[in-house]
Design a binder for this molecule. Sequence first.
Ligand SMILES: [Zn+2]
Length: 148
Amino acid sequence: MTQLAPRINGIPVPRMAPESVEYWAGTRVGELRYQRCTACSAPNFGPGLVCRSCRSRDLEWVAGAGRGVVYSWTVVWRPQTPAFEVPYAPAIVRLDEGYDLLTALVGLDHLEIAEGLRVAVEFHAISDEITLPFFRPDPSAWSGAAAG
Ligand SMILES: [Zn+2]
C-alpha cells in the first residue's frame, strides 16, 4: 500500500487566465471558488463571461464546501515529465455544488480509489501565485456523518 501524495515540486505551473483570477485567489486562501449564474442558479465552471446553461452574463463568485465524489480517474505510471513521481492519480471530482473539477487524488492507495468515493479538498501551493486543490477521502463521510 502506497499512499498517493501531492506532487508540488517542479511540476508545470498553470497559467492564470483573466477569467480565473478569482478562482486562484480562492485557492490561495483555502477556498474552492466557482461561478454561479444568478439568472438560472447553474454552476459555471471553468469560469467564463457567460453562463453555459442560459447565456446570461449575471455570474457571481461563491465559495463551495470543497466536498464531492470521485467521478472518474486514472493512475499514471509513466509521467510526461520526471517532476511527476509515480504513481499519481489525476481525477475528475464531481463537487456537491454540481460541477466537475480536474484534480488529483491523495491520501489513499491507488487501489482504494472507487467511483462515488466521498472526497474533500486540501490545498498545496506550487508557486507564489498558484495553489492547487487536491482531494483525499472525506473523513466526515467515514463517521457516518456524510454530507449531502
Ligand atoms: Zn444561467
